[in-house]
Design a protein. Structure first.
Length: 307
């Protein structure tokens, strides 16, 4: 005689799709925040590598019938991205499933989806959270005052405020000025237009005050908000709160992600699998994903750190 316990996979065939749906529903409950700050890429390899090149300097005057000069680009810095596998699971005995009257199994499935959502955000945010003390491909941190330039003229470039400051008219203006003066390895102006102010949750309303109005926020007079009337650049009036930033006093300015080198490589999207242990009739559920996140250069981002 065939009974349900002897074919646990078939007995669970209606339960498993329901668990998958619960897991994915919680995973997709909130739109992810980190894609707003990284160049999202798919990969089918466990390793991705980037190499930065210096480009060319300015053109030279060529006399009539003269030969055009040729320039040689220089290799700059290399970066390797290694995808990491992330996973987590839970087990539920057959008796616990049979006697579950309070939706505990569904709660576990929901929590698994939430864990996946949280993991991606925390790992991605660590690029910013650790960006004042890590070591990047150019030998200094992501946000530093001395990024080395490898062109013929050498020198350094900053993408970090020299003095800690809260976001206000003066500090944001200084940051925007620094970004406007950014040069590449050959000394050419980068001219990467800043797009948004990125703040932790504690600075949400400060950001809204600074950028949300058409008038200057630091005076009662009818003065314009200068961030909205920039010469030769788009209006700087966008801000984003990233709930996973851990320093409540640090804030950032970023260009459009396509103009930065902040990268997120997804090799395996989050998915869940199930299995049943035949001897114990225990249901095992696990979620997996595989990705890499980091940066290959500092262009297009600027940080202000305040302890």
């Amino acid at each position: 005689m065939v009974i349900r316990q002897s074919i646990p996979d078939l007995y669970l065939q209606s339960m498993l799709p329901a668990l998958d749906e619960i897991i994915q529903d919680r995973y997709k409950r909130w739109p992810p925040q980190f894609p707003n700050f990284f160049r999202m890429r798919s990969t089918n390899r466990g390793i991705e590598q980037t190499t930065e090149m210096t480009g060319f300097g300015q053109m030279a005057v060529v006399p009539e019938a003269g030969a055009v000069p040729y320039s040689q680009p220089y290799p700059a810095f290399r970066q390797t991205f290694l995808t990491a596998q992330y996973g987590l699971g839970f087990k539920v005995s057959r008796l616990a499933r049979d006697d579950d009257r309070h939706g505990v199994v569904n709660k576990f499935a929901s929590e698994l989806g939430e864990s996946a959502l949280e993991t991606r955000e925390v790992v991605a945010a660590s690029v910013f959270n650790n960006g004042f003390g890590d070591t990047g491909p150019d030998g200094v941190s992501l946000f530093a005052t001395n990024h080395p330039l490898v062109g013929p003229s050498g020198g350094t470039q900053t993408n970090r405020a020299a003095v800690a400051a809260s976001p206000d008219m003066t500090s944001i203006g200084l940051a925007l000025t620094d970004m406007r003066q950014t040069v590449d390895h050959t000394g050419k102006k980068k001219r990467i237009p800043p797009k948004q102010l990125i703040v932790p949750s504690a600075l949400e309303f400060v950001a809204a005050t600074m950028l949300g109005g058409t008038d200057a926020p630091d005076t009662a007079n009818r003065a314009i908000n200068p961030f909205r009337r920039r010469s030769g650049l788009p209006s700087f009036d966008s801000w984003a709160v990233w709930d996973y930033l851990t320093n409540m006093n640090a804030w950032f300015i970023q260009a459009d992600v396509s103009l930065t080198e902040l990268r997120f490589y997804e090799q395996e999207a989050f998915n869940s699998i199930h299995d049943v242990d035949f001897d114990s009739r225990t249901l095992k559920t696990a979620g997996w994903m595989r990705f890499a996140v980091g940066y290959s250069a500092f262009w297009g981002v600027y940080g202000v750190y305040s302890s």
